[in-house]
Structures are given as structure tokens and as C-alpha cells.
Design a protein around this ligand. Structure first.
Ligand code: PNW
Length: 468
């Protein structure tokens, strides 16, 4: 059938990881169980007007209780790796001090289950659920948060290093800093542009300190990269593209991979480097890592003409610009089809960002650690024929292959997301899963995109020659 048609040309080098990704707050639920503390997302979701329809993650996908069923689904799909995040307030309910063993126990059970099914656990330490107590002490704009993070990282690493071989620190520091502290679209919902910049620096510092504190065998940093195009060749559109590329991509890539911030971006931000960047920070941030985790979704087309859209997709709730220092930049229609998020689909942008990192930075192994699309799924005859999502994944896997052929040391692909989940400011209003979840019954159902992905993975298994 159409939806099960595979592409025999989507073959990848031996050892390439085929995974799917999730994050703790988006799927776990069980927010008050086994000693878990309160995170900024608990507080934010309970504040009226912050999340569409007042949705929250109290139950979410109930993964905390259903993880064994979920791992069995991953095994059915043939996933070779699974990227998940650890909830900091499960491990340290107030963000510092004594370790809550029951919190660690959950991740011991999860990783044992994964290993028992031959699935490699990829652990992310921070996917945005900061302990509320640390936010009350200033959150990421407070330098101390970075030191608390390093302590937490060391504790998790010590407890799980026998089970987990690939570690990553902070998921998408751009989002955590600028959606959390500038636009206010994400928790903690502050609109304090200067503090967003401090937050970004301290998130980078937290990454570097954690890398040093863990001394893990294999550790990476994660960034969300976008392809950026100026609308025209006019000077002001070129400047707009330089600014957005600068803050979204280069600010984090330069820091993690070269231990420097780009001068032009510091100038856009109007930051005097010694305002809060202390001696030694950049060396810490640039501490050697083994791989770069790249989350990729879309391309931005930007214009320097004022009066346009202030970001690529309208936020569902009242929010300000996340583009500190470049608030005049407009995001314009690039003329491509969009997902249910309003994000333009452009797989060539993925080839572009991966080859760009290869070209412009010191050699580093990469993985696509998130890639996927929200669409309005329709249940028909007990199935979900999500052809658009399948086409999206297919096109982006094709882009991965193209990047590899161009010489990019790309070691894996993780679909976002394994299953439908709590999509932040959009609550349960957007579905990104390969696996459908009935939000009332918690029943899981493989969408056609999942069946297709499983077939691609099967074709790539070394001991099972393909029949094409
Ligand atoms: C990423 N933006 O989030 C996250 O890592 C996931 O947790 C999330 O579910 C997924 O992508 C889909 O949204 C982003 O507005 C959220 O630019 C918002 C933006 C980018 C990434």
C-alpha cells in the first residue's frame, strides 16, 4: 500500500542510530509521585492564560507508569536508540542538596527496560523543567543555577553511567533562554530581554560545567538550528539574516565548539562581554565534547523591513519578541508548505545546517536529535494515515543521507516525537508523535508514519538483507 511503501535508497552506514525522542515533562505525568518536586512548568501551566486551554502535564502520557509498554512499542518499531530527558525535580526536588533515590530509580527501571530490548538509552539532563525553587532564587539569569546544574549532572551521571553511554546536557538553550525569559511563551514566562541574555550565557556555562563535572565517556551539547534566508539581497534583509542566524545558530555553535561568542552578536545584543561573562567562562563552555546534537525543524525567511511578523510562527498565547536586540526583524512567508505549527517544511535546510557546521567549525560528530512535524491527525478505520508526517520524515532522512554523502559525520536520526505529547504553550493541541495517543484512554496506536519508519529501520539492519 501507499503508506507502507518504503524507499530502498534510504540506506545508511552500519551503526547509524535510528531513534525517537521525548522529554520528561511532555510525557511522564506523575508530577507528585515518589518525591518529585515542583518545576517551572508545573507553575507555568497552572497560571491562567499561559498555556492554550489551561492544559498541563499532571498526567501527560502517563509514561511514568506505562514506560514498559512504551519501550515494547519502541522495540516493535526496531528503534536502535531512544532519547529521553531526566526530570531534575525528581532527582533533586528543590534543585540542590540531597538526591531523591526514588527519582533515580525510575530512570534505572527505564534504562534497564531499554537495554533489555537492545535499545541504546540517550540521556538528556535538562529539557526545560527547572526546579521551581531555583527559579525563585532567580532562575537561569542567576549564575548560581549553572553550578547547581553541574552538581545535578554529576549525581545523575554517577548513578546511571553503568547504563547510559551517550549523555547530553541542555536541550535547545536558545528556547530555554529566549522563549522562557524574553518572549515569555515558555516557562517561567518572564519578559526580561537582558535577563534572557544572561540566561543564555548561564545555560551555556551550565553545559560546560556539567561536561567537566561528569567526565562522561561520550557527551554532547544540543542546539536547535535553523536555515536562515534573507527575503531579498537588500542590505537590510542581509543584515536581518545575519542577526537571526547570529542569535539562533552562531551564538551557541561558536560558544560550544570554539569557546567564543560572535562579536557581531554581542554588538547586536549590546552586551559588554565583562557584564556577566567572567574570566574562564568561555574556556569552560568550549570544553571538548564528543558530539553535537542538532534539532532541526524549519527554515526562516527574514526581512529587515519593519511591521511584519515578530517570529516564525504565532505563539498561541500573549507574548513578546524572543529576538533580543533584533526586534525589528520580520519573519516572512518563504512560500513553502507548512505543518500544523505553521512551520515551513524545508529538508534542504537540514542539509544546509549540517554541512555548514562541518564547513565552519572544528571537526565534530553530529546527530539529528530531533526532527518531525505536527499535523492534524484523523482516525479512520482504526488507523491514522498520516501521509504528510511520513513524507516529512522521509524527506528529512533523505537530507541526512545527502549530508552524509557530502562528508558530514552524521551518526544518527531521532524522530520528534516517539508519541503525541504535551506540546508546551500549545498544550495537547498539537500532535508530533509517530505513535498516536488517545488522551482520554491513554491507548497507544502506531500511525502509518511509525510503520513506515519501522520498515526503513528493518531494511537497514545488517543481518537482514533487503529484498530490493
Ligand atoms: C522543540 N520555537 O521545541 C523541543 O525540543 C521539543 O520539546 C518540542 O516539543 C519540539 O521542538 C516541537 O516544538 C521547540 O518556537 C519549541 O522556535 C518552540 C520552538 C522551537 C523548538
Amino acid at each position: 500500500t501507499q503508506e507502507e511503501q518504503t524507499r530502498s535508497d534510504l540506506c545508511f552506514p552500519p551503526g547509524f542510530s535510528f531513534g525517537a525522542a521525548t522529554s520528561a515533562y511532555q510525557i511522564e505525568g506523575a508530577v507528585a509521585e515518589d518525591g518529585r518536586g515542583v518545576s517551572i512548568w508545573d507553575t507555568f501551566t497552572k497560571t491562567p492564560g499561559r498555556v492554550l486551554n489551561g492544559h498541563h502535564g499532571d498526567v501527560a502520557m502517563d509514561h511514568y507508569h506505562r514506560f514498559a509498554e512504551d519501550v515494547a512499542i519502541m522495540a516493535d518499531l526496531g528503534l536502535t536508540a531512544y532519547r529521553f530527558s531526566v526530570s531534575w525535580p525528581r532527582i533533586q526536588p528543590t534543585g540542590s542538596g540531597a538526591i531523591n533515590q526514588k527519582g533515580l530509580d525510575f530512570y534505572r527501571r527505564l534504562t534497564d527496560e531499554l537495554l533489555g530490548h537492545g535499545i541504546d538509552p540517550w540521556l538528556t539532563l535538562y529539557h526545560w523543567d527547572l526546579p521551581q525553587e531555583l527559579e525563585d532564587q532567580g532562575g537561569w539569569p542567576n549564575r548560581d543555577t549553572a553550578y547547581r546544574f553541574a552538581d545535578y549532572a554529576a549525581a545523575v551521571h554517577e548513578a546511571l553511567q553503568d547504563r547510559v553511554h551517550t549523555w547530553s546536557t541542555v536541550n535547545e538553550p536558545w528556547c530555554a533562554a529566549f522563549l522562557g525569559y524574553a518572549s515569555g511563551e515558555h516557562a517561567p514566562g518572564r519578559r526580561e530581554p537582558e535577563n534572557a541574555i544572561r540566561g543564555a550565557h548561564h545555560l551555556n556555562l551550565a553545559h560546560g560545567l556539567a561536561v567537566q563535572a561528569m567526565n562522561a565517556r561520550r557527551v554532547g551539547g544540543c542546539v536547535n538550528l535553523y536555515a536562515v534566508t534573507p527575503e531579498t539581497d537588500s542590505e537590510r534583509d542581509l543584515d536581518a539574516a545575519r542577526r537571526i542566524d547570529g542569535l539562533q545558530n552562531r551564538f551557541f555553535l561558536d560558544a560550544l565548539l570554539t569557546g567564543r561568542y560572535p562579536e557581531d552578536v554581542l554588538a547586536d545584543l549590546r552586551v559588554e562581554p565583562d557584564d556577566f561573562i567572567q574570566p574562564g567562562d568561555m574556556k569552560t563552555i568550549g570544553a571538548p565534547i564528543d558530539l553535537l546534537l542538532v534539532n532541526y525543524y524549519s527554515r526562516f525567511t527574514v526581512s529587515g523591513a519593519p511591521g511584519g511578523k515578530a517570529s516564525a510562527a504565532a505563539a498561541p498565547t500573549d507574548s513578546a519578541s524572543p529576538w533580543v536586540g533584533s526586534e525589528h526583524v520580520s519573519f516572512v512567508n518563504g512560500g513553502r508548505p507548512v505543518t500544523a505549527m505553521g512551520w515551513e517544511i524545508d529538508e534542504d535546510g537540514l542539509v544546509e545546517v549540517l554541512t555548514r557546521v562541518m564547513r565552519d567549525y572544528p571537526p565534530i560528530a553530529m546527530v539529528v536529535s530531533e526532527n518531525g512535524a505536527a499535523f492534524d491527525d484523523v482516525l479512520a478505520d482504526g488507523r491514522i494515515h498520516d501521509r504528510e508526517r511520513r513524507a516529512y520524515v522521509e524527506a528529512h532522512l533523505g537530507a541526512c543521507k545527502e549530508a552524509i554523502e557530502a562528508g558530514v559525520p552524521l551518526e544518527g536520526y531521532f524522530a520528534w516525537s516517539l508519541m503525541d505529547n504535551f506540546e508546551w504553550a500549545w498544550g495537547y493541541g498539537k500532535r508530533f508523535g509517530l505513535v498516536h495517543v488517545d488522551f482520554d484512554t491513554q491507548e497507544r496506536l502506531l500511525k502509518d508514519s511509525a510503520l513506515w519508519y519501522a520498515e526503513i529501520i528493518r531494511q537497514n539492519r545488517p543481518h537482514e538483507p533487503t529484498d530490493s
